[in-house]
Design a binder for this molecule. Structure first.
Ligand code: ADP
Length: 257
């Protein structure tokens, strides 16, 4: 896959609400795609809580600009990245309005991404004007939706799909996160939030199901430590690699169309 063939594609990762693992999925998918040989950049446009600097171990870095263009920060995982978290002071609250947020994402997209073929953008959670304005301005090539399996979360995911439809952004598929909890002591698998809901919802709505990621304490501790599981040989990374392979298939297919 070359950049000539696919151009530079913006893929957004969205969710109907916060806390479902959208940022975790974005970071791990970017790293896993890079391992599959795709030249990928990661954009953190989550204005409510940019968490990519911590996930990607670039918390203390600041991007600089050359000729008015921002130069992405090199993460240790072969993925250049830019986050709104690199641009505002930690804990600084900004009252973003829709158009402002759309411009902020635009500035991150317009950075000097060199030979990146794909930009993965972690969107703010939710389905309001801020998100709609970002999508209408930037016209992503496709969207990945992250949801937990319980019914209430799925109602939010359905709203997210409506938002992407409204903005004319093709839905690549749904990811079910925090599905099935393997007890680290006895190994028994339980389903605190149910399981399979996102897959069923995807099928009902005629969208692809991209994969299921278990609720696993090791995913949280690795993420908090700035070493996403997809970057290591950890067993917890396998689900992310499988989803990244499906995303790569989608990219190849959309390049061929
Ligand atoms: P969002 O971006 O949707 O707000 P995050 O990616 O920040 O969500 O995840 C919220 C919290 O849940 C973080 O502490 C993260 O480490 C944790 N988390 C995400 N996915 C999983 C998972 N599959 N297993 C365990 N913890 C997870």
């Amino acid at each position: 896959m070359t950049s000539e063939k696919i151009g530079r594609k913006l893929i957004v990762v969205g969710s109907g609400k916060g806390g479902v693992g959208k940022s975790t999925v974005s970071a791990n998918l970017a790293i896993a795609l890079a391992k599959l040989g795709v030249k990928v950049g990661l954009i953190d446009a989550d204005i409510y809580g940019p968490s990519q600097p911590r996930l990607m171990a670039t918390e203390n870095e600041k991007p600089h600009a050359v000729d008015q263009k921002m130069i992405p920060i090199q993460s240790p995982y072969g993925v250049p990245m830019l986050s709104l978290g690199h641009l505002v002071k930690p804990g600084q609250a900004i009252a973003w309005r829709g158009p402002m947020a759309g411009n902020a994402l635009g500035q991150l997209i317009d950075a000097d991404w060199a030979d990146a073929e794909v930009l993965i953008a972690d969107l703010p959670p939710g389905t309001g004007d801020v998100q709609l304005s970002m999508l209408q301005k930037q016209k992503p090539a496709g969207a990945v939706i992250v949801s937990t399996p319980q019914d209430l979360a799925l109602i939010d995911a359905t709203r997210a799909i409506d938002l992407f439809n409204q903005a004319g952004v093709p839905v690549i598929g749904l990811v079910e996160n925090m599905a099935g909890y393997a007890c680290p002591h006895c190994g028994e698998v339980s389903d605190p939030f149910g399981a399979g809901g996102a897959e069923a919802a995807a099928r009902t709505m005629g969208h692809d199901f991209l994969g299921r990621i278990p609720l696993d304490i090791a995913i949280r501790t690795a993420s908090d430590a700035g070493t996403p599981p997809a970057a290591t040989d950890a067993q917890e990374g396998v689900a992310f690699h499988q989803i990244a392979a499906r995303l790569k298939d989608w990219l190849n297919q959309s390049a061929a169309e």
